[in-house]
Structure formats: structure tokens, C-alpha cells
Design a protein around this ligand. Structure first.
Ligand SMILES: *[C@@H]1O[C@H](CO)[C@@H](O)[C@H](O)[C@H]1NC(C)=O
Ligand SMILES: *[C@@H]1O[C@H](CO)[C@@H](O)[C@H](O)[C@H]1NC(C)=O
Ligand SMILES: *[C@@H]1O[C@H](CO)[C@@H](O)[C@H](O)[C@H]1NC(C)=O
Ligand SMILES: *[C@@H]1O[C@H](CO)[C@@H](O)[C@H](O)[C@H]1NC(C)=O
Length: 371
């Protein structure tokens, strides 16, 4: 029999490979991985513009303002932020322009709303125990002349502070005595207001002027803090940080370019800018709004909302940003893109259990969670 040497030798080499393979060590490893991420888009009754969102404290009731038809939505949500029941209520006329929403602190469970075109601030009892029950009006305050077009409203002790977007003013008004008020003149256009946690002054971002107005209600003076072109433009979201950490705001950018930049305004009015950098998606993100994690004082987490609202090239995204313990440097960014794009993502709301965002142009409420 003729032996095929070549075949034999390859057979031997195969066997030897096999015998080496049996010596190969296989070690079980910890299979640690990040949590799975879930993004739910809850459809809402259709409207051209869905704006603000708040949660009535201590309940599973979410309130949403639809400005284009002046409708207040009242929804119950489950643990994952899925809407389980919803009611819709016209506030005023279809042209009243329901816009700002803010929880009352002195009257828990009640909510202040702005009617931008009716020029009114209104306190509502949303009636949380029945989704189908119409909210009740508790108080109506007419914005005094020459103020026009309340956008944001917030309650600070006995006072309401409101940005009068259409006349570029800021209003301070005592809601128990509406004859006690001050109208401060800003530049186009005051959008949000926050009271500085460390110096007590009030600040408002003026989106079309790349400037922040500081208001000292005791001295009754105002001043402007310009935003340098190198940092960006269009301050929109502006909120108070944890105690000792100043005010924080986002810079949206313009119709063709986002900024990926947020500002931290300290108690001496100096500003530190932080620019996102972890990904091409975040570098020039068009940042519209922001909200601190309820545990921000211990986990240094800030949530940002990127939006296509003025820039049709921009992505609509939720970005979780974690800082170092001194809030001086971003240490991580976690980006999630909403399934519907060009939705003009509008507000972000963080509750102890959920992350919500409104989609202005697509009548949806996003719920984002990880498991
Ligand atoms: C106006 O209201 C503020 C509180 O909002 C209060 O401190 C002040 O005393 C009031 N002024 C008058 C004249 O009542
Ligand atoms: C405070 O300043 C505003 C204008 O900024 C003025 O209308 C108002 O009269 C002043 N109030 C007092 C008490 O000086
Ligand atoms: C937007 O800003 C960028 C950067 O400053 C600039 O290059 C661009 O021309 C601006 N676009 C518009 C439409 O103003
Ligand atoms: C923040 O910290 C708390 C506990 O300290 C944790 O439960 C929560 O998930 C954290 N949030 C984020 C966004 O990491």
C-alpha cells in the first residue's frame, strides 16, 4: 500500500494541534456590563407644540402644557413612565397659550401656569385623584403694564417671578398683594429665571442677546453679564444648582451650529464654561435645557437635553453628565438619542424614579430608564 506521506504529516500536525488545544486554559470571568437602556415614547393628544412638564410632588401624576391649543394634559404614569391614563383640558381659549408650569411650594399639590397670550399667571388645583376631573382655578393674576407675554413662572416665598418674553421684561409680584410688584426691563428675550443659591440674587437668560441679566431686588438694580462669543450663544435653560454650586445654564447655539457648552455662574458673577467632548454627537450638541439629578449632591449628576428646535441638523438627545466632587470638571457623558428625531425636544424632568422629556413638534412624552 502506498503511503501518502503528505497526508500523514498533515494528520500528525492536526493531532498535535489538538493535543495542545486540550491544554488551553478557559477561565470564567465576571461578565459585568452597563445596564440596558430603555426609551419609551408615549404619544400625546396631537398639538402643534408640546412644551413644559412637571410632576405633582408625591403622586404619579404628570402635567404637560400644550401651548398651540392652550391645553393642559394630566396623565398618570407607571414605574417605567408609561402613561396609563390621560385627560386633556383647555385652559382659557384655544388662543390663550398655556405655557409655563411650576409647582407651588406654599400650597403643595397646586400648580402655577402662565397664559402667555392672555397675559396672566394662574394658580390651579390640578385635582390629582381623578384624571378626568377638570382642574380648578384658585387665583388669577393679570400681568401689569407694560409687561407682555409670561413664559416662565416660579414661586419664591410670597412672590412670583415671571419672564415676560414678548415685552422683554421680568416681573416680580407678590401673589397675596398683586399691587406690590416690580417690572425690570431686560433685553430680548428673558426666558428662564433662577435665584442664586449662594448670593440670593435673581438671574435671567436672554436668549436672543447672548446675555444674562442679574436682578438685585433689594437694591432694585439690574446689570447685564455678557456671554463671550468664544463660549457660545443663546442661553435658554437656566436653573439653580445644589447649595454652594451656583446657577447653571445651557447655550443652544444658532440655526447651523450647537455649542455643546453649559455655564456655571458663581456667587461673584464669574462664569465657568464646560464643553462636552466625549463623542462627536455631544461636542457641538444644541443644548436647550437641563435638570439636576435628585441625588446630585452626592452623585454630581446633571441631565442635559439637546434639541433640534432652532437647528434642523441638530440631534434630539438626553445626555447624562457626571462631574467630579468639586463640580469643576466633567468626568463622564452618557448619550441617548430619542427615537423620533427633529422633534424639537423641549423640557427634561427628573424625578426620583424617572427621566422624562417632552417632544415639542411630535406630541410625545419620552420616558428613559435603565435596568
Ligand atoms: C411687597 O412684598 C414683599 C414680599 O414679596 C414684602 O417684603 C414687602 O414688604 C411688600 N411691600 C409692601 C409695600 O407691602
Ligand atoms: C425699581 O426699579 C424699577 C425700574 O427698574 C422702577 O420702575 C421702580 O419704581 C423701582 N422701585 C423702587 C421702589 O424704587
Ligand atoms: C452660527 O454660528 C457659527 C459659529 O459661531 C457661525 O460660523 C455660523 O455662521 C452661524 N450661523 C448662522 C446661521 O448665523
Ligand atoms: C444618583 O445617586 C443615587 C444614589 O446615591 C442613585 O440611586 C441614582 O441612580 C444616581 N443617579 C444617577 C443618574 O446616577
Amino acid at each position: 500500500m502506498r503511503v501518502n506521506k503528505k497526508l500523514l504529516s498533515s494528520l500528525f500536525s492536526l493531532l498535535s494541534v489538538q493535543s495542545i488545544a486540550t491544554a488551553l486554559s478557559i477561565t470564567p470571568l465576571a461578565a459585568d456590563r452597563a445596564a440596558s437602556r430603555y426609551v419609551i415614547e408615549n404619544p400625546l393628544p396631537p398639538a402643534d407644540q408640546t412644551h413644559e412638564v412637571v410632576r405633582v410632588a408625591g403622586t404619579n401624576v404628570i402635567l404637560i402644557s400644550q401651548m398651540s391649543n392652550s391645553v393642559l394634559l394630566k396623565a398618570t404614569v407607571d414605574d417605567h413612565g408609561v402613561i396609563t391614563d390621560i385627560g386633556a383640558f383647555r385652559i382659557g381659549e384655544s388662543t390663550s397659550a398655556l405655557h409655563g408650569l411650576a409647582l407651588s411650594k406654599t400650597d403643595p399639590g397646586k400648580v402655577w401656569v402662565t397664559l402667555q397670550k392672555d397675559n396672566k399667571l394662574v394658580l390651579l388645583n390640578p385635582i390629582v385623584n381623578s384624571i378626568k376631573a377638570a382642574p380648578e382655578v384658585i387665583k388669577e393674576i393679570v400681568v401689569p403694564n407694560p409687561g407682555l407675554g409670561p413664559h416662565y413662572v416660579g414661586e419664591y416665598g410670597d412672590e412670583l417671578w415671571s419672564t415676560l418674553q414678548d415685552s422683554s421684561h421680568v416681573l416680580r409680584i407678590n401673589y397675596n398683594d398683586p399691587s406690590n410688584y416690580t417690572i425690570y426691563t431686560g433685553i430680548p428675550r428673558p426666558i428662564f429665571i433662577a435665584q442664586h443659591p449662594d448670593n440670593g440674587k435673581f438671574y435671567t437668560g436672554e436668549d436672543n442677546s447672548a446675555s444674562i441679566m442679574k436682578i438685585d431686588p433689594v437694591a432694585n438694580t439690574t446689570s447685564q453679564l455678557p456671554i463671550p462669543e468664544t463660549a457660545g450663544m443663546t442661553p435658554v435653560g437656566l436653573i439653580a444648582g445644589p447649595p454652594g454650586r451656583g446657577i447653571w445654564f445651557t447655550l443652544l447655539g444658532n440655526a447651523t451650529q450647537g455649542t455643546g457648552t453649559i455655564g456655571n455662574l458663581h456667587k461673584d458673577d464669574t462664569i465657568t464654561y464646560h464643553t462636552l467632548s466625549s463623542s462627536p454627537l455631544s461636542k457641538k450638541a444644541a443644548l436647550l435645557h437641563l435638570a439636576f439629578d435628585p441625588e446630585a449632591e452626592t452623585n454630581y449628576t446633571l441631565w442635559l437635553l439637546a434639541s433640534s428646535i432652532v437647528n434642523s441638523n441638530a440631534l434630539d438627545m438626553i445626555i447624562k453628565v457626571t462631574f467630579d466632587a468639586g463640580w469643576s470638571k466633567i468626568v463622564s457623558e452618557d448619550i441617548v438619542v430619542t427615537p423620533t428625531q427633529l422633534n424639537k425636544a423641549h423640557r427634561i424632568l427628573i424625578t426620583p424614579t424617572n427621566v422624562f422629556a417632552t417632544e415639542l413638534a411630535s406630541s410625545k412624552l419620552v420616558s428613559y430608564y435603565t435596568l
